[in-house]
Design a protein around this ligand. Structure first.
Ligand SMILES: [Zn+2]
Length: 78
């Protein structure tokens, strides 16, 4: 039985050359206008739930919901 046929050999330098474009770009962080925490641009602020001056997410409600869910799961296991 024949082993796998290698059709084209890529040298280390060719591989490295190709991968020279694979680096990740750094992301910019912006200050939240409401709570001045660092957040990613064009996203809802994760610490206060504001986006462009308006409240979009009710974070307190979200946390409560998460806790309720975890509690329910714990009860289910028991
Ligand atoms: Zn904020």
């Amino acid at each position: 039985m024949d082993s796998m046929v290698v059709r084209m050999r890529h040298t280390k330098s060719h591989t490295a050359n190709r991968r020279s474009h694979h680096a990740l770009k750094k992301t910019d962080f912006a200050k939240c206008a409401n709570c001045s925490a660092l957040k990613r641009r064009h996203t809802v602020c994760p610490s206060c739930g504001f986006y462009r001056g308006t409240k979009v997410l009710d974070l307190v409600k979200k946390v409560e919901k998460k806790q309720a869910k975890a509690k329910a799961k714990k009860a289910e296991v028991k």
